[in-house]
Design a binder for this molecule. Structure first.
Ligand SMILES: [Zn+2]
Length: 203
């Protein structure tokens, strides 16, 4: 399938069947996220499969990115990305593509009894890689505007959650994370220092 020849689809937030395992896990993830970032947020819950866990989380990241992208609609336009006139179209095509993937019932069966396809992890990795490009674009080209709009804290939290998740499950390799290398280093370093401070205080 050619990424750039995808037809535009109506993007909507993905919802899980109510009361399914997926919807329960998804609620847990959104709740923990709303309580502030916790490292245990990314840990695979006991008795759950990795596939289920990846499915729930990719939907969570996708939904968050949709909201961020909506907030950017005035900011990320061909006029505001003068050096990269193709960028807004690129991001929008990317999200359309992700929407098609995430709403593909074969890739993400809504019935928990139905197995995930054999190439599930491979396809999921591609989605994570492309969602990463959204963050890379936003940080490189729109961070000032985001800060002015006062949503930088939210963006940072979303990205930090995303970064720890893809690192933990090896969904993106070091090379693929290079476009945001400096930011990644800062995030990891800051958390390390905060951890050390906590330990110091306990002593
Ligand atoms: Zn842009």
């Amino acid at each position: 399938m050619n990424f750039f020849q995808q037809k535009t689809v109506k993007r909507k937030k993905k919802k899980f069947k109510s009361n399914s395992i997926h919807s329960k896990m998804h609620k847990m993830v959104t709740f923990k996220f709303s309580q502030g970032f916790l490292l245990d947020l990314i840990q695979l819950p006991e008795n759950e499969t990795l596939e289920d866990w990846l499915a729930v989380n990719i939907v969570e990241f996708y939904n968050k990115i949709l909201v961020l992208h909506e907030n950017l609609s005035e900011i990320c336009t061909p006029r505001s990305c003068p050096k990269m006139t193709a960028a807004p179209k690129y991001i929008s095509t990317l999200l359309d593509w992700a929407s098609t993937e995430i709403n593909d019932p074969e890739l993400f069966p809504s019935d928990p009894e139905v197995d995930f396809p054999k190439n599930f992890k491979k396809r999921v990795k591609v989605i994570f890689r492309r969602l990463f490009r959204f963050f890379a674009h936003v940080y490189h080209h729109h961070f000032e505007a985001i800060r002015e709009a006062g949503v930088d804290h939210h963006l940072n939290n979303c990205y930090k959650h995303f970064l720890y998740f893809v690192m933990n499950y090896k969904l993106l390799n070091t090379n693929e994370l290079l476009p945001l290398q400096e930011l990644n280093k800062r995030i990891i370093q800051k958390d390390k220092e905060e951890e050390e401070n906590k330990i110091q205080k306990k002593k």
